[in-house]
Design a protein around this ligand. Structure first.
Ligand code: SF4
Length: 379
């Protein structure tokens, strides 16, 4: 029996997914299987933080390099989308409602916190349902929900717009900037600079979407993808599964996160997504435009599209040159390669989104004191 199967049988409760003895067993199995260097990318920012928080990156055998992908929704929301939110929030007749992280993300000139400090009505919620409630209770306000994120958060946002249409709620709209994981992986693998040889897929996205849509990527690029969870043992197992495939010359979609992900995902969530949103080209912060990598409201829901209502569709913005988040998010550089890391750029005074977000790779390196990684790897 492999180490992987052994650990799967042994764990059931959440605290067991953090069991150091089992983790060390999986790491030992990993060390036995590795014969050469591999570069692996975890897509999701939540996974990045687990890897850092539990020191998994430091447990891995020499030669396995982890790079951190574009899976933090705050980090990849384009600068111009932030600028649009800021412009809309500054209007006296608008209440802009968002998740907390978005308030600190720097736009071209300011951020939503400063708009709030200057009298803008900017509020933080934990779900779009709260924004709907606020709109119902305040018919004299134009209520705009700032909706960002991957396939994970999109169904709840789709449901909010669907509900608003059903109720005829005229004062509710959405500034939607959703992004999709598979086109981002395709863009990374198509780049001549790509270094990634295997991906830990995002478990929460696949809980909604299933994992069948990753088969096309495997056929096209012959790079293994293992859908992983968010606990330390989940990630160690996913790494072990990836390395096993790579060492055996296989490239398949495998599912480590079987307690949550099924091949077809969540059918009702996918249905409401398809009803309200359609695929569109999307600009990713730091990375640029990726074809068919976003979701926008379909035409029957255009009356809820804040971009159209407030005339911000044509707004563009140039990204600051000093932030190398583009290369960090593509796995080409580590946060510690950035000259601003921990100096001009800190969580208190972030220059780029990966230092703002609780899921950002730069914030993870700063919080978990990975200051010397570059020096250690080059030694
Ligand atoms: S440390 Fe700051 S400036 Fe450097 S890449 Fe990260 S967010 Fe950008």
């Amino acid at each position: 029996m492999s180490g992987l199967e052994t650990s799967r049988k042994k764990v059931k409760y959440l605290d067991e997914y953090r069991n150091e003895v089992i983790a060390r067993g999986v790491a030992a199995e990993l060390a036995r299987r590795v014969t050469r260097p591999w570069v692996l990318m975890e897509i999701c920012g939540g996974q990045t933080h687990t890897l850092m928080r539990y020191g998994i990156d430091e447990m891995l055998p020499r030669g396995i390099e982890l790079v951190h992908g574009p899976g933090c929704p705050v980090c990849v929301t384009s600068l111009e989308t932030i600028d649009k939110a800021i412009e809309i929030a500054a209007r006296r007749d608008v209440t802009l409602i968002s998740y907390g992280d978005m308030l600190r993300v720097p736009g071209s000139r300011t951020d939503l916190f400063h708009v709030k400090a200057q009298g803008g009505d900017v509020r933080v919620v934990y779900s779009p349902t709260e924004a709907l409630k606020f709109a119902r209770a305040n018919p004299d306000r134009k209520v705009v929900f700032f909706a960002v994120g991957f396939e994970t958060t999109a169904p709840a946002n789709a449901m909010a717009v669907w509900q608003a249409k059903r109720e005829g709620l005229r004062n509710f709209s959405m500034l939607a900037s959703h992004v999709l994981v598979p086109p981002a992986i395709r863009a990374l693998l198509s780049s001549p600079r790509n270094r990634v040889q295997g991906f830990i897929g995002p478990g929460h996205v696949c809980t909604v979407m299933g994992c069948r849509e990753y088969q096309d990527l495997i056929r096209e690029f012959h790079v293994p993808i293992v859908v992983g969870g968010f606990e330390p043992l989940d990630l160690l197992e996913a790494i072990l599964m990836l390395v096993t495939q790579l060492e055996e010359g296989r490239a398949e979609v495998e599912n480590q996160y079987v307690r949550s992900v099924t091949p077809d995902g969540n059918a009702p969530a996918r249905k409401i997504l398809a009803e309200v949103f359609e695929v569109c080209d999307r600009k990713w912060r730091g990375i640029g435009g990726i074809a068919e990598s976003g979701l926008r409201l379909r035409e029957p829901y255009a009356e809820f599209d804040a971009d159209r209502i407030f005339g911000t569709e044509a707004l563009t913005a140039a990204e600051p040159a000093e932030c190398i988040s583009a290369e960090v998010l593509q796995g080409l550089k580590k946060p510690t390669d950035c000259s601003a890391f921990g100096k001009a750029c800190t969580p208190e005074r972030p220059l780029g989104a990966p230092m703002v977000s609780s899921e950002g790779a730069c914030a993870a390196y700063y919080k978990y004191r990975r200051f010397a990684i570059a020096a250690k790897e080059s030694a």
